[in-house]
Design a protein around this ligand. Structure first.
Ligand SMILES: Cc1cc2nc3c(=O)[nH]c(=O)nc-3n(C[C@H](O)[C@H](O)[C@H](O)COP(=O)(O)OP(=O)(O)OC[C@H]3O[C@@H](n4cnc5c(N)ncnc54)[C@H](O)[C@@H]3O)c2cc1C
Ligand SMILES: *[C@@H]1O[C@H](CO)[C@@H](O)[C@H](O)[C@H]1NC(C)=O
Ligand SMILES: *[C@@H]1O[C@H](CO)[C@@H](O)[C@H](O)[C@H]1NC(C)=O
Length: 418
């Protein structure tokens, strides 16, 4: 019986725990908060929590999902029926609790346990140093297998701009956004037009006097924003009371709001774990999840622009197939070759380093590769198809796409009923 450690009880950790139990592993999950759900747990807190740890969740009030619920469930456990496809964050959190209860996962979770350090021992097992937050004690555990499921929407990326220290207004990151109220009567510069930048420009414009969205998308978003929103190219510098843009224009702002994304960080991972991470590129990994240097440690959930929960389950089953010796893991040389081939394909398509784990249009192929390689149950092709369709709707019609209603008809087909 393998001793399996899961770090984090968000959706990825739950998938890892559930599949570990199914394969008769002795599972222990460490979760620093007092709840399951990770990102989906809303908190008013920003900055540090009561234990001095960085607040993890970036969830804000009233968030509706940006993907239809039809592709947001685990593959074997649908989200309970409701008419709408785009559901509230609370509903997603309730679903994750239902899943945890259904598979009796909570009894395997040590809540308010913060993983401080993970390091390999001489016999190829792992030592995990954990801080029990409630009794303020450090404990040492030993495991055969490690699943890292700590999420990657918690540590802000704050870009550097010339003049940043002179700017006299407020500077915020979307990680600390909770509701639009503080933006009443403000003039707001939003930097970054990813999913959060687009969504928050929309939200903040309901309260702010005016909003400028600075982006470097190849084509400006087609979204119909409110009339108090304008688009600008990249910021070249900040000034005392505003910003200068790449098109040579200047404007004044009272708030600079970064929607510049998040950093992948694994602060607990020791140097000799064999993993490095820079600019959101984690390596060396086999199929974006297994540590090639020490294949008893794996990451669940690194790829982005995916059907997260579906993929977490698939990745967990993929890793466990090899980690519990149901199937022999390829040699180190084979895994390195596979990984280099995969990465070279990405670089030749023009991907930047920070896009090392971006899936988007390629996700269907990735899912197929995982299930074929490990000879496990595949994801239904309709999942990636509906992701592709709904993502395009998000880009085309930000104001209305959440009214869309989808139904899945069979493994290959979905319909848009509204
Ligand atoms: C604002 C926002 C909106 C989103 N909307 C959507 C959406 O509509 N649809 C969608 O599919 N995805 C959405 N996502 C992405 C979402 O984060 C993923 O779908 C998924 O929930 C991530 O799950 P996870 O388990 O990988 O990470 P998380 O949910 O972040 O969970 C990680 C867990 O690990 C714990 N942890 C971290 N470090 C430690 C440690 N050292 N010791 C112990 N515990 C630790 C944390 O407390 C947390 O509970 C959104 C993300 C954000 C930020
Ligand atoms: C915003 O401006 C309006 C009109 O000037 C004023 O009535 C209101 O109190 C202001 N709100 C805040 C939060 O300053
Ligand atoms: C995504 O959808 C677009 C438009 O419907 C289509 O042209 C494209 O082929 C799709 N891509 C994939 C990978 O399914």
């Amino acid at each position: 019986m393998k001793k399996l450690c899961v770090i984090g009880a968000g959706a990825a950790g739950l998938a890892a725990a559930k599949n570990g139990l199914k394969l008769n592993c002795d599972v222990t999950v460490f979760e620093q908060s007092n709840a399951v759900g990770g990102t989906w747990v809303y908190t008013d807190e920003i900055g540090k929590d009561k234990y001095g740890l960085d607040v993890h969740s970036s969830m804000y009030k009233g968030l509706h999902t940006n993907l239809p619920k039809e592709i947001m469930s685990f593959p074997d456990f649908p989200i309970p029926y409701q008419e709408k496809s785009y559901i509230l964050a609370e509903d997603m959190l309730a679903y994750l609790n239902l899943y945890a209860d259904n598979f009796k996962l909570k009894e395997k979770i040590k809540f308010e346990h913060h993983v401080v350090r993970v390091r390999p021992l001489i016999d190829d097992t792992w030592e995990v140093l954990v801080r029990d937050l409630k009794i303020e004690k450090y404990l040492i555990y030993n495991f055969d297998l490690i699943f890292i499921c700590n999420g990657h929407y918690h540590t802000p990326i704050i870009p550097f701009y010339e003049g940043k220290n002179f700017f006299k207004g407020k500077i915020l990151h979307s990680h600390d956004y909770r509701c639009p109220d503080p933006f009443e009567n403000e003039t707001v510069l939003i930097i970054g037009a990813g999913p959060s930048g687009m969504d928050l420009a929309n939200e903040i414009s309901k309260k702010a006097t005016r909003v400028t969205l600075s982006h470097h998308l190849p084509e400006p978003p087609k979204t119909q924003f409110k009339t108090n929103v304008d688009l600008k190219p990249d910021v070249v510098k900040l000034t005392e009371d505003g910003a200068a843009f790449a098109d040579g224009t200047l404007n004044t702002f009272s708030v600079v709001f970064y929607c510049t994304g998040y950093k992948y960080t694994f602060p607990f991972l020791s140097f000799d774990s064999g993993i490095t991470c820079d600019d959101n590129f984690v390596r060396p990994l086999y199929k974006h999840c297994i540590n090639i240097n020490r294949p008893t440690l794996a990451f669940i959930g690194l790829p982005f622009y995916v059907c997260a929960t579906q993929m977490f389950d698939l990745q967990a089953r993929f890793c466990l197939t090899f980690m519990t010796d149901k199937k022999k893991i390829p040699s180190k040389t084979e895994m390195i070759e596979d990984s280099e081939k995969e990465m070279n394909k990405r670089w030749s398509k023009g991907f930047k380093k920070h896009q090392a784990h971006l899936m988007g249009c390629d996700q269907g192929k990735y899912y197929e590769d995982l299930s074929k390689t490990a000879e496990i149950e595949p994801l239904k092709p309709v999942i990636a198809k509906l992701h592709n369709f709904s993502s395009l709707r998000f880009l085309d019609d930000l104001t209305n796409f959440r009214q869309d209603i989808f139904r899945i008809i069979d493994d290959e087909t979905f319909i848009k009923v509204q």
